[in-house]
Write a protein that binds this ligand. Structure first.
Ligand SMILES: [Zn+2]
Ligand SMILES: [Zn+2]
Length: 227
């Protein structure tokens, strides 16, 4: 429950601040000028209808998210991401159990690339809340796999396999929205008629308490990769 306070109020603002700093570094202008520039952006992409931009943003954002997520399952980054995987009783509440460094490094590249490509900020503004709501849904303790549509959209079963501590689901189903990326890059896993049963961060000895979890990735003894 602490994460339901910290993630929206603290972590998301840390990420916003980091995006602001990056914009400041790129534009070398004060934020009011940057904001004005972005609000009046006029590029071939921003001139498209908003619904078309939304689809493109989701496709590009999820491609970046897929590879960032895979990076978080490697080396030192795993210690940050292990916090998210440490729920042994997985349900919708677990969706916001994310270390602030995990949130920052995951979201910043997505936002910066999409902004740099010249999409309309109005289309981008809807992307973050949409991702947050979708994340709550795919962590829910539901047996929904969407049938044939499960290859198009990430379902609760699809993401819950990503969280399993069982060998079969290890390093599978990294996509947040579009399972096609997992199919394309060989990490798709959806066994028929079977649901994941055991959840957790495997070898990572993640502490139970909030501050223990905040400090865990900085400890020398933190797990390096889930192998
Ligand atoms: Zn993961
Ligand atoms: Zn998750």
């Amino acid at each position: 429950m602490i994460y339901w306070l910290i993630t929206p109020l603290v972590s998301k603002n840390v990420t916003r601040f980091a995006v602001g700093l990056m914009l400041f570094a790129v534009f070398q202008q004060d934020m009011a000028t940057v904001k004005q520039y972005l609000e009046n952006i006029d590029t071939p992409l921003s001139r498209q209808p908003l619904w078309l931009q939304a689809i493109q943003i989701i496709l590009i954002g999820d491609f970046i998210g897929y590879w960032m997520h895979r990076a978080f399952h490697q080396g030192r980054l795993w210690a940050f991401h292990a916090i998210h995987h440490s729920s042994v009783s997985l349900d919708w509440l677990s969706s916001v159990r994310i270390h602030p460094v995990n949130d920052l490094l995951m979201r910043q590249p997505q936002v910066m690339v999409i902004l740099a490509m010249g999409f309309s900020p109005i289309a981008i503004a809807g992307y973050a809340p949409f991702l947050a709501l979708y994340a709550i849904m795919i962590h829910a303790n539901l047996n929904w796999s969407y049938g044939k549509f499960g290859v198009l959209f990430a379902s609760p079963v699809f993401h819950r396999w990503h969280h399993t501590a069982e060998d079969a689901g290890l390093n599978r189903n990294f996509a947040g929205l579009i399972p096609a990326y997992d199919m394309l890059f060989g990490t798709y896993y959806m066994p028929k008629g079977k649901l994941p049963e055991v959840f957790g961060a495997r070898d990572a000895q993640v502490p139970d308490g909030f501050w223990g979890q905040m400090l865990y990735p900085f400890r020398k003894s933190a797990a390096k990769a889930p192998l």
